[in-house]
Design a protein around this ligand. Structure first.
Ligand SMILES: C[S@@+](CC[C@H](N)C(=O)[O-])C[C@H]1O[C@@H](n2cnc3c(N)ncnc32)[C@H](O)[C@@H]1O
Length: 216
């Protein structure tokens, strides 16, 4: 497995970051996947919501538009992508609390979020960092709170398996292809953990998961 001392930017290379939004719209069912992820969360007015690895802020803004009476936080390690998120939020007049930080060391107190979203960020992290991020998410969720993940998953047909061979060269998808994400979540204490949807995309099979932090 590759080791990254720094981080993998949104589209792997910094120079591609400015093209991230148009490429996501073209090659990935972005709106469909993100809308369904929000729908599975049933976010209620007054709740605190975090989007980890928020990138250009598309999901954070969709959450705010779906449920305006929530406080939405967006965290990303990359200042360049956060600048894009900030200007998009400003243009749309949405108030999102955007912050730079690492998914493996979340700058929030224990038990303060009702929902945490993680869209396409886990495949940017090494196995150790995936597990550390999930531990951090578990820590900052309230008892009864939920994690909602959309990310690469076990290929569900030979075509998707072939595409996964290419993506494997670039990003940390090996554990995803082995179907280990729900295993990592369960090991950390999330219960229940369920796969909610599975998508065929031009970049490979993407699945959504819901993982609950038990009340006791
Ligand atoms: C593929 S993009 C996904 C962006 C957004 N969540 C979406 O669904 O469009 C992955 C994002 O994860 C961020 N990222 C990578 N490593 C990170 C880390 N260690 N901590 C926080 N964010 C990270 C990247 O900067 C990038 O914006």
């Amino acid at each position: 497995m590759k080791k990254h001392s720094h981080y993998i930017p949104a589209f792997h290379f910094h120079w591609l970051t400015r093209w991230y939004d148009p490429m996501m719209r073209l090659f990935f069912h972005e709106e469909r996947v993100k809308t369904a992820l929000i729908a599975q969360a049933h976010v209620q007015p007054g709740q605190n919501v975090l989007d980890v690895g928020c990138g250009t802020g598309t999901l954070a803004m969709l959450i705010k538009q779906t449920q305006p009476n929530v406080t939405v936080y967006g965290l990303d390690v990359d200042p360049q992508v956060l600048d894009i998120a900030r200007s998009k939020a400003e243009q749309a007049g949405e108030s999102i609390v955007l912050q730079q930080g690492r998914a493996t060391c979340l700058p929030y107190p224990n038990g303060c979020f009702d929902h945490v979203f993680a869209s396409l960020v886990l495949h940017h992290l090494t196995r150790q960092d995936k597990q550390q991020m999930l531990r951090e998410v578990f820590r900052i969720l309230k008892p009864g709170g939920e994690l909602h993940v959309a990310d690469f998953s076990r290929p569900h047909d030979p075509g998707m398996w072939l595409i996964s061979l290419i993506v494997r060269w670039f990003e940390e998808v090996h554990d995803h292809i082995l179907g280990l994400l729900p295993v990592f979540m369960t090991d950390i204490g999330f219960n229940p953990v369920e796969e909610t949807t599975c998508y065929r995309t031009l970049l490979g099979t993407v699945a959504s998961y819901r993982a609950g932090k038990p009340i006791n």
